[in-house]
Design a protein around this ligand. Structure first.
Ligand SMILES: Cc1cc2nc3c(=O)[nH]c(=O)nc-3n(C[C@H](O)[C@H](O)[C@H](O)COP(=O)(O)OP(=O)(O)OC[C@H]3O[C@@H](n4cnc5c(N)ncnc54)[C@H](O)[C@@H]3O)c2cc1C
Length: 432
């Protein structure tokens, strides 16, 4: 078992005792592999529907991307909006996925309320400021499209963005008021407790090493247990190993760094993001920021060269944040960590059915808190017998990306071009 990641979120969530390793012969209606948001939400919803659920996590709950993200609850996709989704998936399927996304933050905050999860959550909204005239037009269009779905989306002028963020230079933007922030580790641990209360059995330090079909469904093996289950949900996402052939080649694993500074003085806190929203701007090389409950500033970024990145990138994104927010006295780094996100060229989540009674959910493309929680509810419906055609997320067989060994480096290799295009498009001073 790998040690628990040393993130800001792990250090500031209520401690959780390690659950027992799976032992001996276990029988279940549903086996869930992976203890991130997707697995926990699946386990919770399936147990609430009356299934006997067992969840196996190789390390600890929230040791994957779930415990390593920025804690932004964002109810939309990174690159595709309702019109594009319907154009790609058709009216019926597209509308289902759009509705799943549109209501995904509602689901997160409902679960937090219903299960009384203490996770420093704040439903303050998610802001996307625009760095260029083109992205400003897109912001207007995004407001039109998501408002038409009944979402609380609002266009922001440059002055409104400045008022909300305390930063200058953006040309305007938009806000979805249904988004917000939370401590993802505390949220995941709360989902885990809720799933157990509903009757699910959760085991940590229990990596599934083999998965084989049987007449009754599937048999999974760990180092110390054999699990017989009628159905299996695999939600190992970017931390997938070779359990399901082809799965790990169906997405790009993208390493993303996160940092948190030491706490800022209240005077700065009152000026920057006084409403406590989270911000991801429109750049290809995203600039993101939010505060935590102790006034630490949090941001993230990618690397171009993997060699030495662990030491280099946190310092570089700290400098970038100081520059973007005009904070010459930005306090030093207190936490640095990284995680792996699963990204696909369509930027839409997918369900994969490699064999009968086995399904995998992947690729929430950096929008995982809300989307994987919603994906888990879909997967629980599948586990209770809903046909795959009726699910909101498109379903396919494993589709390995051609030349994956080479292509997986494309997002990092193309970063300098993205940075250059961002700079060329941005007429204002911010971040140039
Ligand atoms: C740095 C970073 C920042 C991000 N920021 C945000 C954000 O602010 N907002 C947002 O919405 N999304 C964000 N994301 C995306 C989001 O974190 C993910 O989409 C989401 O956590 C994925 O959840 P998951 O349950 O699908 O996978 P994971 O959380 O990765 O869980 C997969 C689990 O499977 C386990 N596993 C793997 N193999 C096995 C096996 N054989 N047996 C048993 N268990 C196994 C792993 O140990 C792991 O715990 C970010 C991602 C990263 C990396």
């Amino acid at each position: 078992m790998n040690p628990e990641p040393a993130t800001l979120w792990h250090a500031n969530a209520a401690p959780a005792a390690l659950r027992p390793q799976a032992q001996g012969e276990i029988t279940a209606d549903l086996l869930v592999i992976g203890g991130g948001f997707a697995g926990l939400s699946t386990a919770l919803h399936a147990a609430e529907a009356g299934l006997r659920v067992v969840l196996l996590e190789a390390n600890q709950i929230a040791s994957g991307a779930t415990g390593r993200n920025a804690g932004f609850v964002v109810p939309n996709f990174a690159k595709v909006d309702p019109d594009g989704i319907r154009a790609t998936l058709g009216e019926t399927k597209g509308s289902q996925l759009v509705q799943m996304a549109a209501t995904s933050a509602d689901l997160v905050f409902d679960l937090i309320n219903r299960h009384d999860i203490a996770c420093a959550s704040h439903r303050s909204g998610w802001i996307q400021p625009s760095h260029s005239p083109t992205s400003l037009n897109r912001a207007k269009d995004r407001v039109r499209q998501w408002s038409a779905e009944g979402r609380p989306a609002e266009f922001l002028t440059a002055a409104a963005v400045k008022n909300l963020t305390g930063a200058t230079g953006w040309l305007g933007g938009w806000i979805d008021h249904s988004g917000g922030v939370l401590n993802p580790v505390a949220y995941a641990r709360g989902l885990a407790c809720a799933a157990e209360t509903a009757g699910a059995r959760l085991h940590e330090n229990s990596r599934v090493t083999a998965l084989n079909p049987t007449p009754e469904g599937w048999q999974a093996r760990t180092a110390s247990a054999t699990i017989q289950a009628a159905r299996v949900v695999n939600v190992t996402n970017a931390y997938a190993d070779n359990l399901i052939p082809g799965l790990a080649h169906s997405f790009f694993p993208l390493k993303v760094f996160q940092i948190a500074t030491e706490p800022l003085p209240q005077s700065v806190r009152d000026r920057l993001l006084p409403g406590g929203q989270c911000v991801s701007d429109s750049r290809r090389n995203l600039f993101t920021f939010r505060f935590d409950a102790a006034n630490r500033l949090i941001t993230g970024g990618m690397h171009i060269l993997g060699l030495g990145a662990d030491a280099r990138v946190p310092k570089a994104i700290h400098r970038r944040m100081a520059h973007m927010l005009n904070l010459s006295d930005l306090p030093p780094l207190q936490y640095t960590w990284s995680g792996i996100a699963a990204v696909v060229p369509s930027f839409l989540p997918r369900l994969i059915t490699p064999a009968p009674n086995l399904i995998a959910g992947i690729a929430c493309n950096g929008r995982g808190i809300a989307m994987t929680t919603a994906m888990g509810r879909e997967l629980a419906q599948w586990a209770t017998g809903t046909p795959t055609e009726a699910l909101a997320i498109p379903v396919s067989t494993p589709a390995p990306i051609p030349l994956h060994a080479l292509m997986r480096h494309a997002p990092n290799a193309l970063l300098p071009i993205s940075q250059w295009r961002d700079r060329m498009e941005s007429p204002a001073g911010l971040g140039r």
